[in-house]
Design a protein around this ligand. Structure first.
Ligand code: MG
Length: 203
């Protein structure tokens, strides 16, 4: 293992966010937010605190309205899948995942996805990037109830693999990814760090 990749050496589970990290999705997120906002208004005759989709979903959770929550997941899923074929891979990261042994990552090291996208979107976009068989666990939008930057997804992954915080590393493209890592006590890095290391390695 070249020394640049030493920070990965003792890790047993490497976790990636999806959008902006492994692939770039092309969904029109502002439009999706508007659709959800309008739906929320219709249902509750009230406006959703719309800092983020997660904030809105959290309000539905507080109302313990599981049916509406599922309906919102459906809307998000359908919307995300509309432009799924325009998804583009992030080449360096796809290369890293496909050739992880070249970077000194042993075969038995587990790979996971922790994403705010719905499971079908994650699976389809991984398939488009020809990575469908590379991940041992996928945690999507529907799999947690406290979304990033909350640590719930990372804790689920830790429990699933029965590992310690120090055995895990998380890569993402947003501050909320880094915050989630911090609150779970797990090393978290911006994906640019890995992209640049892989770029240098390939060239
Ligand atoms: Mg992202």
């Amino acid at each position: 293992m070249s020394k640049e990749f030493k920070f990965l050496k003792k890790k047993k589970v490497i976790i990636f966010d999806l959008d902006g990290t492994v692939v770039n999705l092309t969904a029109d997120w502002p439009t999706l937010k508007n659709i959800l906002r309008e739906r929320y208004n219709q249902l509750y005759d009230d406006s959703c605190e719309f800092r983020s989709m997660s904030a809105c979903l959290s309000e539905i959770l507080e109302k313990e309205d599981e049916e509406v929550l599922q309906n919102f997941f459906d809307i998000i899923r359908t919307f995300e899948m509309k432009n799924i074929h325009e998804t583009t891979p992030i080449d360096e990261i796809v290369y890293f995942i496909k050739h992880k042994e070249h970077f000194g990552i042993k075969r038995e090291i587990k790979l996971a996805i922790l994403s705010l996208n719905t499971r079908v979107t994650i699976k389809k976009s991984l398939k488009l990037a020809e990575l469908e068989d590379r991940f041992d666990l996928i945690i999507g939008r529907e799999d947690v109830r406290r979304w990033k930057p909350e640590p719930e997804g990372l804790i689920k992954i830790k429990e699933y693999f029965g590992v310690k915080e120090r055995d895990m590393i998380f890569f993402g493209d947003l501050e909320n990814d880094i915050k989630a890592g911090r609150s779970a006590g797990i090393d978290a890095y911006y994906i640019d760090v890995l992209i640049n290391l892989v770029k240098n390695y390939i060239n």
